[in-house]
Design a protein around this ligand. Structure first.
Ligand code: IPD
Ligand code: CA
Ligand code: CA
Length: 275
């Protein structure tokens, strides 16, 4: 149903991926947006490219991009008139990228606003995610999904794991330096209860790895919508469950997220709720 929009998002994420690799090869200009929050010339160039492609192909669509249009939570209402809103992280995992690591991704999600009664009800956006693409160009992997049409990695259908219990589950999480204290008790509580915990450094890939059956679950706090929009849809389309860390419906602006294979979801939430 959203085939053309998905095709466009894949093409655009591939173009941005090539650009990101070219910049990484030739050397980067790295700045700090705030302490330990990096941005490179490539983040800006990739976002510029993605927005230009969207505006060329879909001039009536809106874009929320990390680098160029950081939108305060309340001003999302300015987008109320746009039917389609692209949610873009030009490089997710910038710290990895700036250190020449391969774990980074170009993340492009598409949100369709709707007033249908049964639609998901985000705090400031009513509607649903319909397309998600995460391109990890340094690893030649592109993950994508469109609503009700499954999730794919390099053209092959992907599924979450069948791991039934937390004690056999491999989790991933992430930290933002300034707010790490919030997650540390979750980390120390979960560590002895599960098989192991990984910290990859790119939220969009953490989600895609849940979708692809590499991780059984992933949680994090203090997220931005562009970190999770594309990946959340990809997990759901791969048969997984995505909520906040209390088990409530995910809110793109709600900051915390817990994604899993579904089978370990309630058991994990129960552990979280005792922290
Ligand atoms: C960050 C990465 C990281 C996560 C942070 C994000 P950025 O995004 O996804 O893994 O722990 O919460 O902000 O700044 O590299 O786009
Ligand atoms: Ca990000
Ligand atoms: Ca980013």
């Amino acid at each position: 149903m959203y085939h053309d929009l998905l095709k466009f998002a894949i093409k655009t994420a591939k173009k941005a991926g090539k650009l990101a690799l070219a910049y990484q090869k030739k050397g980067l200009q790295i700045e700090e947006k705030s302490k330990n929050d990096l941005v490179t010339n490539a983040d800006k160039a990739c976002e510029k490219l993605i927005i230009a492609e969207i505006m060329k192909a879909h001039p009536d669509h809106a874009v929320i991009g990390e680098e160029s249009s950081f939108i305060h939570k309340t001003s999302i209402k300015n987008y109320a008139n746009a039917k389609y809103i692209w949610i873009v992280d030009p490089i997710d995992g910038t710290t990895n990228y700036a250190h020449q690591l391969k774990e980074f991704g170009i993340s492009i999600g598409l949100f369709k606003t709707t007033n249908k009664e049964n639609s998901k009800n985000f705090e400031y956006l009513v509607g649903e995610l319909i397309v998600g693409v995460v391109n990890a160009p340094a690893m030649d992997e592109i993950f994508y999904a469109s609503k009700d049409h499954g999730a794919y990695l390099n053209g092959k259908k992907i599924h979450v794991t069948k791991t039934p219990k937390v004690d056999h589950a491999l989790f991933a999480t992430g930290f933002i330096q300034e707010t790490a204290a919030q997650n540390l008790p979750y980390f120390t509580t979960m560590m002895p209860r599960c098989q192991a915990i990984r910290r990859l450094g790119a939220a969009s890939l953490d989600l895609c790895y849940v979708a692809a059956g590499r991780f059984d679950g992933y949680w994090e706090f203090d997220m931005k919508p562009w970190d999770i929009a594309a990946g959340a849809l990809i997990v759901e389309e791969a048969g997984g469950t995505v909520t906040d860390t209390n088990g409530n419906q995910i809110d793109l602006f709600g900051k915390d997220i817990f994604a899993s294979n579904g089978k370990i979801h309630q058991e994990t939430i129960k552990i979280f709720q005792k922290i």
